[in-house]
Write a new protein. Structure first.
Length: 300
């Protein structure tokens, strides 16, 4: 039963990582941009939910209804005001732009709220600690189950949206070839802005879930970015369902590492990421080498 419990907890933890990584995967898949401010945008949403909940004395879930459209608007403005211009200057410019945005957000949040850690757990009542007990050694947190369900619904909804709606097909067409998409009437700039809005809204949801399940402070964003990036790479860059697989694999590695030694919780996840990344690099190198040999053979 301990093994079953370990697998179950790893699965639920992986659901959170998939929720954090969903927007990062979407943005890279559409625009080929790695948003280094991804985690900090989630923390910004967590602070917005916290402030609204405290000021109006309402549930964080109610506050989240107001915050998600605001964060979608932030994503839209981010694309139109910063990333669209940065894309014209090459691959490195968007990285530098989002890195600068990350630093700015962290320091603005620190200036406004200080370095104290906060949590929304006290504001959600019994949901923060209540669990579904199967037996004395096996229980499942209701909040973790909720987060996992949100991840599955989010990934499934986005997959259906991209596959069956006209806007989704326009996003996929732009991701494959923006110039050709423009020729058939697709406005690539608008598509990019909508994709960025969706991506930021998803990480805003993840940020709120982080605030409910743990603590956060102005400098919590980079660690969430690392988890998201590792889940995306492990699962396959640009693959939405692969993001869930990557998140679960990361959660499983961390859970096994923590079981062996609590100090290995983060290390085990990082080592898994490096192993998968190394395997992918070797595979791509082998393919390139095979293609080069084939080309030289034909020339000979």
């Amino acid at each position: 039963m301990n093994i079953v419990n370990l697998l179950a907890q790893a699965l639920l933890l992986g659901g959170y990582y998939a929720l954090v990584a969903c927007g990062l995967s979407l943005m890279f898949g559409v625009m080929r941009i790695i948003n280094l401010a991804h985690g900090d945008l989630g923390i910004l949403a967590a602070f917005l939910v916290f402030v609204i909940s405290e000021y109006f004395d309402i549930s964080p879930f109610v506050s989240l209804i107001a915050v998600l459209p605001v964060m979608a608007g932030v994503g839209w403005l981010l694309q139109r005001a910063i990333l669209q211009r940065a894309l014209r200057s090459g691959v490195l410019a968007p990285l530098l732009a989002t890195f600068g945005l990350s630093i700015a957000l962290e320091n603005l949040l620190f200036e406004a709220y200080g370095a104290d850690t906060r949590s929304l757990a006290p504001d959600i009542g019994d949901l923060a600690f209540d669990s579904f007990e199967i037996n004395q050694s096996f229980s499942l947190s209701y909040l973790a189950l909720l987060i996992f369900a949100l991840a599955v619904v989010m990934l499934g909804g986005l997959s259906l949206f991209l596959k069956y709606t006209s806007l989704g097909r326009a996003i996929r067409a732009t991701a494959q070839d923006p110039d050709t998409a423009e020729l058939v009437g697709v406005n690539s700039r608008s598509v990019y802005a909508i994709a960025a809005a969706i991506a930021v809204a998803t990480v805003a949801l993840a940020g709120a879930m982080l605030a409910m399940r743990a603590t956060f402070d102005p400098y919590s964003g980079p660690m969430q970015l690392i988890f998201a990036f590792e889940a995306v790479v492990i699962g396959g860059i640009g693959s939405l369902w692969g993001t869930l697989v990557g998140g679960v694999a990361l959660g499983l590695a961390q859970s096994i590492g923590a079981t062996l030694d609590p100090k290995w919780f983060l290390l085990a996840g990082h080592l898994t990421f490096l192993a998968v990344l190394g395997a992918r690099m070797i595979r791509e190198w082998s393919r390139a080498r095979g293609g080069l040999r084939a080309a030289l053979g034909r020339r000979g």
